[in-house]
Design a protein around this ligand. Sequence first.
Ligand SMILES: O=P(O)(O)O[C@@H]1C[C@H](O)[C@@H](CO)O1
Length: 295
Amino acid sequence: MYSKKESRYENCEETARWLRDRVRTPPCIAIICGSGLGLLADTLCDPQVFSYSQIPNFPTSTVPGHAGELVFGTLQGKSCVCMKGRFHVYEGYPLWKVTLPVRVFKLMGVQVLLVTNAAGSLCETYRTGDLMIIRDHINMPGLASLNPLIGPNDDRFGPRFPSLWDTYDPNLRSTALEITHRLGHAKLTHEGVYCMVGGPNFESVAEAKFLRLLGADAVGMSTAPEAVVAKHCGMRVFGLSLITNRVAQGYEGQEAVDHNSVLEVSKWRSQILQDLVTELVATICCQVDNDQQPY
Ligand SMILES: O=P(O)(O)O[C@@H]1C[C@H](O)[C@@H](CO)O1
């Protein structure tokens, strides 16, 4: 059971208030940087950086490639916050903690969440280094009752039974597709279904075949809980996977994946991903609500 002390809303309020007292401009767009993709945060203008360890109620990052910093600043003139590193269930965090930053961002006035991740490809036509715009997800832990919305619902965040049919905003998806065409990356961009697994092990061959049969195009260990919580509290969501490896679906002639190779590919492709996200941010209409006082 959840104790009063752990009350999600009050925790989020406390953290949001702490940040809001310190940031020069409250953000209207939040960007979660996946494994090795934190360089995007370094492109923000007029940055203000907070280490996760300074921020009340924030977990700390324990995974290489996740620096553990919150960076506020502007990108294309829009006020943004970047998470340089996210939290994963396999690190031992409960899902309400994994997703706490999303609710904090909501209370700070964020309207749009851009989520990136590193993922393995299950689809025959995807190559290492390709991009996948997330059309939909399969939340494997969520289907087995490991869902961030489990527990008493707080209506101040959103409804008890949210619909997820349009979680990944269709306008943001089509705009992103247009941008990849304009930037000359059409051939390496796909739209597909992301499947979240708990990790931390990479998939066995039988598991990979099973996930493919379910309709997943790529598999990773994050994103779905963040997207669920963002949708629950009324944010527009855009998700982007960088395909860092192909997931073995046979026992012969396949290369085993490891986290270092995931980080290598992220480094190799981070510029393309940054360019896409930067151009996408330029198109997003949102207003900083300087008067917003949600607490
Ligand atoms: O945070 P993301 O989803 O980008 O990280 C993926 C999943 C694991 O944390 C890690 C495996 O290499 O990359």
